[in-house]
Ligand binder design. Structure first.
Ligand SMILES: [Zn+2]
Length: 169
C-alpha cells in the first residue's frame, strides 16, 4: 500500500490517499477538493474514511461524494472492513470527540486528532472528554504492534516513539 499525504485547508489538516493496485481510499477529505480529485484520478475510489466530524477533516466530503459514488467509513462502521483492494479495522478512540475513530491497516494507523507526533487532540471542544481520552490512551498503550502512526495534523510517527516521547502517555 502506498500512502500519500496532502496537506489541506486553513489549519493544515492531513488528508491521506492510500493506493493499492487500481484502487484508492481517501482519509479525511478536509478541504481542497481539487487537490484530492487530482490525486485520485485514474484510480477507483473504494471508500472515504472519516476519523471524526470536525470541519477541517470533512470540508471536501460532500464534493467528493457528489463526484464519486463510494462508501463512507466512520464511527458507524466499527470493526473489520473490506473493499476491493483494502482490508482495515475501524476502532473507536473517544476523547477528542465522541465520534473519533482510528483506521488500522496491519501495522499502519491513521489516528485523526486522537494522537499526534508528541501530542494529543484537544479535549475541551464540544464532544470532547478528558476521561475518555485517558481510556483511549490506555488502550493504545496495551497494543503489542509498533504502529506507524499517520496523524490528522503534523508529521508521522511510530507508537514506540510516542510511548517514549509523548508526555501524555
Ligand atoms: Zn478535530
Amino acid at each position: 500500500m502506498k500512502v500519500e499525504r496532502l496537506v489541506v485547508g486553513l489549519i493544515e489538516t492531513n488528508c491521506y490517499v492510500l493506493y493499492q493496485n487500481d484502487g484508492c481510499l481517501v482519509v479525511d477529505p478536509g478541504d481542497d477538493y481539487k487537490k484530492i480529485a487530482q490525486a485520485i484520478e485514474g484510480y477507483e475510489l473504494e471508500g472515504i474514511l472519516v476519523t471524526h466530524y470536525h470541519f477541517d477533516h470533512v470540508g471536501a466530503l460532500s464534493d467528493l461524494l457528489k463526484h464519486h459514488c463510494t462508501k463512507v467509513f466512520n464511527f458507524k462502521t466499527l470493526g473489520m472492513q473490506k473493499t476491493n483492494n483494502f482490508t482495515f479495522e475501524v476502532v473507536l478512540n473517544k476523547g477528542h470527540k465522541e465520534d473519533c475513530v482510528s483506521f488500522i491497516f496491519d501495522d499502519i494507523m491513521f489516528s485523526g486528532d486522537f494522537i499526534f507526533n508528541q501530542g494529543i487532540g484537544r479535549t475541551d471542544l464540544p464532544g470532547g472528554s478528558d476521561v475518555e481520552m485517558q481510556k483511549s490512551l490506555a488502550n493504545l498503550k496495551k497494543e503489542t504492534k509498533d504502529y506507524t502512526i499517520y496523524p490528522g495534523h503534523g508529521p508521522k510517527t511510530t507508537l514506540s516513539d510516542e510511548l517514549k516521547n509523548n508526555p501524555y502517555f
